[in-house]
Design a protein. Sequence first.
Length: 175
Amino acid sequence: MLEQTTRAETALIRLLQRQYFPADLAEAKQFAQLALFIGDNGIVRCHSRLAKSEFDWCTVCPILLPRDSPLTRVLIWTIHVQNHHIGVSHTLAKFRERFWVQKARSLVKSVIHHCFTCRKFFTGPYQHPPMPPLPPIRLAPAIPFLHTGIDLAGPLYIYSEDKISTKAIYVYLSV
Ligand SMILES: [Zn+2]
């Protein structure tokens, strides 16, 4: 199954590259710095600056993908979802382990911005109200401990060593 998935992905990427990039890679001046070459399975890859690292060959020579293809967005989104909705930097790092896209960070940001699950969990139910001006008592210079306050929190339940019974405690804080 995994092998079939890999073969299907390889075929899709090869088709995508033929559709978006010129047949003669030397014509693609925007990619001149990447030293493109055709790797195994006829997939266009580029040389990264990690040649002397111990990374996997797929990371050293990532697959070139077009920026404006829906498949590129799907690949980014898949990485994002398979890794439990990780953030932009982490998704970008994972994506770059195998692929290379121009201006990848903004593309990853855009994909994650449209992730419904992330929106559902990380968006508040309403916007915070504007912060009111500070009261005069907090702005006037004063000697230490001229104003004091107390706060109480609890009950907090703490498990005993046998992890069966609990004990309630209260926290008293004075400033
Ligand atoms: Zn997400």
